[in-house]
Design a protein around this ligand. Structure first.
Ligand SMILES: Cc1cc2nc3c(=O)[nH]c(=O)nc-3n(C[C@H](O)[C@H](O)[C@H](O)COP(=O)(O)OP(=O)(O)OC[C@H]3O[C@@H](n4cnc5c(N)ncnc54)[C@H](O)[C@@H]3O)c2cc1C
Length: 334
């Protein structure tokens, strides 16, 4: 289980029942309670009642709706559109977004629980939800102007996928060496973005892109600035989709920007503050990825258990009845 992720589960209060949850169950139910691991009786972290219920309902949704499509999506390297629609319907694409903007109004702990539960069944679907919630929605909520929040958060919470675009061919770990440039117009009414981004998750499904570009390369990372770019803006192209070894249904694309004109109101936060925003956002995004990985590990373990005790027999017995297999299963769980 994701001790790391769950230690971060800080309920910010549930203002509105998620669409996932049964009405009536939520009033005064947000008190943290102890969770006892089934292999270790010591309480190590706490879920709120709400997070417990969310975990159960997301798990059910993943098993009933996503599981039947996992193989097909993986083989076709394509996210099923109806799954994305249902993620929105279930409130999973706006977990932390305030209800005033159409979100579920829950806390970061709930996001982490949802990401982990989805990853137990399909890490591709999980990463789509992860990036959208922990890198895109949060960017608007934290740094967006009132205009940007009003314009984009309702879309992001209810029907439009988003991407976070920092990496480039020559800047991965060294993210602030990015070469995409933005030039402000003389009137100050717009910026023109030119450059290339790489490995952008959700790009094939997204319509809203947070793009980091440098408005003053001579000032190094101090020129990095965040912008909101929309699919369809002239000069913006969602190019090659990468072929990957895993999470194949999750799109990872190259993006190109050729003098893409972005209105000044699409500046996210302040000029030259993009480096700080990226670092801060990635702190949350990394916890989301950790939850995806722990969900994946748990799902793999659960499938192994099913296989050794319900499916595979050798020498007249389930292979899980051999002690050597039991050692491995036990080690895998701890
Ligand atoms: C599936 C997938 C989805 C992605 N989605 C997105 C996305 O949505 N948005 C986005 O902006 N980016 C995305 N990325 C890019 C991701 O952020 C980069 O892959 C990551 O930043 C690492 O960069 P790199 O792959 O260029 O590796 P490199 O930077 O080339 O690093 C290669 C190796 O060198 C090591 N290394 C590098 N620098 C140091 C150092 N100083 N000291 C010691 N070791 C070092 C690294 O740890 C790594 O092991 C995605 C990548 C993948 C694979």
């Amino acid at each position: 289980m994701s001790t790391l992720a769950l230690h971060t589960a800080i309920p910010r209060g549930l203002r509105r029942p998620s669409l996932l949850l049964r009405p009536g169950l939520l009033s005064a139910q947000n008190t943290p309670r102890r969770y006892f691991s089934d292999v270790n009786p010591t309480p190590i972290f706490h879920f709120t009642e709400t997070e417990d219920m969310l975990k159960e309902s997301v798990g059910r949704f993943a098993r009933e709706v996503i599981l039947p499509k996992v193989r097909e999506m993986d083989e076709n390297e394509m996210m099923d559109k109806s799954i994305v629609e249902q993620l929105f319907e279930q409130g999973l694409m706006g977990v932390e977004v305030e209800e005033a903007y159409g979100g579920s109004g829950m806390g970061f702990g709930a996001v982490v629980v949802a990401i982990e539960e989805l990853a137990r069944i399909d890490p591709s679907v999980s990463v789509l939800v992860d990036v959208h919630n922990t890198l895109v929605n949060i960017a608007f909520r934290t740094y967006g102007s009132a205009v940007l929040k009003k314009k984009y958060l309702p879309k992001l919470a209810t029907g439009t996928v988003g991407s976070f675009c920092l990496s480039e061919p020559a800047s991965g770990s060294d993210a602030f060496a990015l070469q995409t440039k933005a030039v402000k117009s003389e009137s100050g009414g717009s910026y023109k973005i030119t450059g290339q981004k790489m490995w952008i998750t959700n790009a094939a499904e997204s319509e809203i892109f947070i793009v980091f570009a440098n408005i003053a390369p001579e000032r190094g990372y101090k020129g990095i600035t965040a912008f909101v770019v929309e699919k369809g803006m002239p000069g913006f192209n969602i190019a090659k989709k990468e072929k990957k070894l895993g999470i194949k249904a999750s799109s990872t694309c190259v993006l190109t920007f050729d003098d893409v004109e972005v209105p000044a109101e699409n500046l996210l936060g302040k000029e030259g503050e993009g480096d700080k925003y990226a670092i801060s956002l990635l702190n949350e995004g990394r916890i989301g990825i950790a939850a995806q990985m722990t969900g994946l590990a748990l799902g793999a373990w659960e499938n192994a258990v099913k296989y050794v005790w319900n499916e595979r027999k050798q020498f007249g017995q389930y292979i899980g009845d051999f002690q050597g297999m039991q050692f491995q299963i036990a080690q895998g769980r701890t």
